[in-house]
Write a protein that binds this ligand. Sequence first.
Ligand code: ATP
Ligand code: MG
Length: 161
Amino acid sequence: DCALLEILTPLLVSAKAIAQERKLQLITKIPRNLPLVHVNVKALREVLSNILDNALKYTPSGGKILLQVGQEQDNLQGIAISDTGPGIPPEDLAHIGERHYRGVQAQTEIPGTGLGLAIAKQLIEQMQGKIEVFSPAINSTIASPKAPGTTFIIWLPEVEN
Ligand code: ATP
Ligand code: MG
């Protein structure tokens, strides 16, 4: 069992440094007094850093990344990571989380192995959590066509009392 803030703080320190270098605005909204989550700390670090890493590398300079904690649903605590990057087109979205799948756009321009999300998905499922992805093409309530981008929500089991 662990306090989310303890995992997030060091990750955000390094993410902020990369964001600054890439001229991205990294905004965090993390309330105090969050419930404890029942997770594998090492695995959760890996998951969060993979998703943050994607937001930081696929979002063009001048963009924004928002990390927001606090939604709750069915005893799960949500961490949403949104960016103002290119979004994930429907033809790629269907394959997100497959090993070695890289987006058509990413393949040509930005380096990677296509494993980050496959690993993240597997680790989160082992913790009885889940990952959701929204990109404007399929979910216009999260991001409008005027504000493209991607939102990942990581849902983690809260500690039962
Ligand atoms: P790796 O993480 O292994 O270095 P990768 O980033 O290509 O490589 P994943 O993290 O699994 O692999 O992501 C798979 C694909 O999903 C990416 O190639 C990219 O096309 C797309 N993608 C993931 N996150 C984003 C994002 N925030 N914005 C736009 N596209 C994304
Ligand atoms: Mg990646």
